[in-house]
Design a protein around this ligand. Structure first.
Ligand code: GN1
Ligand code: MG
Length: 365
């Protein structure tokens, strides 16, 4: 047992004594553990996370957003007869009442109730799950439609500013601080080709065609809990990047991850493509949930979110590779280069099938 983790959880208002810390390795950013506590009756479980301070410069603002959003959702879910303890995250306060604890090294920790009898998936094992995930990510935006958006802190400024992401990427190529540009020349060419498209949705936003919504901004398939008993998407998790954004970002990032025929870091690029069947499953769930809330133009432009989020994440993985792998946790050398390659192959396939992607979304309008 990890004595330092045992010490950390003493600072939170939990029940029982910690007996087991099980690392959960799926995210690329924070360090996560499932904690089991003996209470004398049924063991109680919690999620413990160390917030990555390199990524989140002001963790207290991240927690302020999460507390505000989960409290708001809790009221909405209860009012519609749902179970807030399973359908949104529950922050466990520290003994001093704050939503986090700062350890002696200045690291920020937080705890949540662990939702039992629910699972996350890294790939789609059951297409019905994906339809349900589409419904849940759409519902998340709809439930937050009347959240006071001005209260949200911009915890990572320009997070999905695709224009700036591309600018930053090419500045990194220019600087080439680790001498790695030579390993990524074909990938850089692909991003050059797509650069003129990078501002497409931002221009629509700037022109007032697309409004800012409260968006999740990290709608990876493994950021949704699927209920083991009902197969329904129960709860949207990983609320670190809830900020004002475009609806298309949430649609798009989910497609990027879940409708890929291969894993995000697949090294056999011949296995990477867009699965239009999975795309349609997610799209039908998502568009069904947001109908009556999102404007028709927002729905019609959702496929651009898929292409742009895939390009954006591709550029971010590649920039991290070029600048020494400091942002995304890697599990092997070249991991970020491999992740970037996958994204760029996927984006190229999306470009080829863009007409079909548009037709599918319009079917559900
Ligand atoms: C990170 O935390 P995680 O692993 O869900 C990243 C996302 C990327 C994603 C790529 C705060 O998400 O933006 O799309 O990796 N989160 C942050 O897999 O940068
Ligand atoms: Mg995350």
């Amino acid at each position: 047992m990890a004595p330092e983790l045992l010490e950390i959880i003493q600072h939170f208002r939990i029940e029982g004594a910690g007996t087991e810390f099980h690392p959960i390795d799926t995210g690329h950013i924070n360090s996560t553990y499932r904690v089991t506590c003996e209470t004398g009756e049924n063991p109680k479980r919690y999620t413990l996370q160390k917030i990555n301070k390199y990524v989140f410069k002001q963790p207290e603002l991240v927690m302020a957003n999460i507390c505000a959003v989960t409290e708001f959702l809790r009221r909405k879910i209860a009012a519609s007869g749902g179970d807030p303890s399973r359908e949104t995250l529950t922050v466990i306060p520290a003994v001093d009442g704050k939503a986090y604890h700062i350890d002696d090294d200045g690291e920020y920790w937080r705890m949540y109730e662990y939702v039992d009898n629910a699972s996350t998936y890294d790939t789609v094992v059951n297409p019905e799950h994906l339809y349900n995930a589409g419904c849940a990510f759409g519902r998340f935006q709809t439930q937050l439609a009347d959240f006071p958006i001005e209260k949200l802190h911009d915890t990572i400024p320009n997070f999905h500013n695709t224009r700036k992401r591309f600018d930053d990427f090419f500045a990194g190529v220019e600087a080439d601080p680790c001498g790695r540009v030579k390993d990524a020349l074909p990938e850089i060419e692909i991003l050059k080709k797509f650069r003129p498209l990078s501002s497409f949705l931002l221009e629509k936003q700037e022109a007032g065609i697309l409004p800012l919504r409260v968006t999740h901004n990290d709608t990876k398939y493994n950021n949704i809990l699927i209920d083991n008993a009902t197969n329904k998407a129960l709860c949207v998790i990983d609320l670190d990047t809830v900020m004002p954004g475009l609806a298309a970002y949430d649609f798009g990032d989910a497609i990027r991850f879940a409708a890929n025929t291969a894993a995000e870091d697949e090294t056999d690029l011949s296995r990477v493509s867009l699965d239009l069947g999975l795309y349609e499953r997610f799209a039908s769930g998502f568009v069904g949930s947001v109908s009556g809330f999102l404007r028709d133009e927002e729905v019609a432009l959702l496929p651009y979110g898929a292409l742009l989020m895939t390009l954006e994440v591709g550029s971010r993985f590649l920039l991290d590779y070029l600048t020494g792998d400091r942002y995304f946790r890697i599990h092997r050398p070249n991991h970020n280069l491999e992740r970037a390659r996958t994204q760029l192959v996927l984006a190229t396939d999306m470009e080829r099938r863009f007409g079909e992607m548009n037709d599918i979304v319009r079917k559900y309008l």
